[in-house]
Design a protein around this ligand. Structure first.
Ligand SMILES: [Zn+2]
Length: 307
């Protein structure tokens, strides 16, 4: 579904409704502020990444979207005279209509510019069945301890919110190769239900270079049980990208990398059935489908985020 460009008629209706919404929230936009919602999703899918644009004066210190307790900051785009940003919807968000707030802090608890509703729709992610050596599925106690420790390590890593935005503009595909496993697949391995697929897989020849999807800071280079040789980038504002099953990593922790920098090479390390890149994205802890990031560029021509 294309939620990015609101058809003109719906947009007009929305403009008419906006003062009503603001009256209902009891926090009207002050007369000197001229904000207008240019593009905001009203209905999204589980695992979706959405573009938000709110036009207004460039004077604000900060403005963000609050959804499900998470804060998604917006950046001012000179080109569009608008505050723009991305919000991520976790793959397991219960399908329902939620409240989404646009907030600009005023030195206190913040002003709610507007309360908007966001409907999250269910996605049938499908099932993937495959077999692996039983040592990779029926884990012994020692391996289970390792897996638990690594899961806790990653969880606490993703909780770190860097105030500085390191990413700029459009996101790029991190490897050349065809998509071999989509996001969200519910997996049955050796006939047993396993954790869902929280990224996308690109099949590629061993040794193929793996590129940073955007600029960021290397925050993890490690050999993990499931993910094998892994690199994780922090792009700032709670935004992380992951590159798993590498044959080798070519960066080290705390390296600053630019968009397109070589992070490592495709391999089949960890729990893997053949050479491929697993690419995953976390946005404020939300597990989202990375493919949305690649599509955002074409959906928003002229946006300051897509330079
Ligand atoms: Zn994968």
């Amino acid at each position: 579904m294309n939620f990015i460009s609101i058809p003109f008629q719906r947009f007009l209706k929305f403009l008419i409704l906006l003062p009503v919404l603001l009256l209902l929230t009891g926090k009207p936009v002050s007369a000197e502020n001229h904000f207008r919602v240019e593009s905001i999703p009203r209905g999204v899918k589980q695992g979706e990444v959405c573009f938000v644009s709110i036009s207004g004066p460039p004077s604000l210190k900060s403005i963000y979207v609050k959804f499900q307790g998470a804060k998604f900051p917006l950046a001012f785009s000179e080109q569009n005279s608008a505050y723009e940003g991305l919000i991520g919807i976790d793959m397991d968000t219960r399908p329902a209509t939620y409240e989404m707030k646009i907030v600009t802090p005023d030195g206190g608890s913040g002003i709610h510019l507007s309360n908007l509703s966001l409907k999250v729709e269910k996605v049938d992610f499908g099932i993937q069945k495959f077999s692996l050596p039983s040592a990779m599925v029926d884990l012994d106690r020692k391996t289970l301890e390792r897996v638990d420790k690594e899961a806790r390590q990653l969880k606490s890593l993703f909780q770190v919110f860097r105030d500085e935005r390191l990413w700029r503009g459009a996101f790029i595909r991190p490897v050349e190769g065809e998509l071999s496993a989509a996001f969200g697949l519910r997996r049955m391995i050796n006939g047993k239900r396993q954790t869902p697929h929280t990224g996308v897989d690109f099949r590629a020849v061993e040794g193929t270079p793996v590129w940073a999807c955007n600029s960021g800071m290397v925050v993890l280079v490690e050999d993990l049980f499931f993910s094998g040789k892994s690199v994780i980038l922090d792009h700032g504002w709670g935004f992380y990208s992951m590159y798993f099953h590498l044959s080798e990593a070519l960066v080290k922790e705390e390296d600053r990398v630019g968009k397109g920098a070589i992070l490592g090479r495709v391999g089949s390390t960890g729990r893997s059935t053949g050479p491929h890149l697993h690419w995953g994205i976390r946005m404020n802890g939300a597990r989202v489908d990375p493919i949305y990031l690649l599509n955002i560029k074409s959906q928003i021509p002229g946006s300051g985020l897509t330079k």
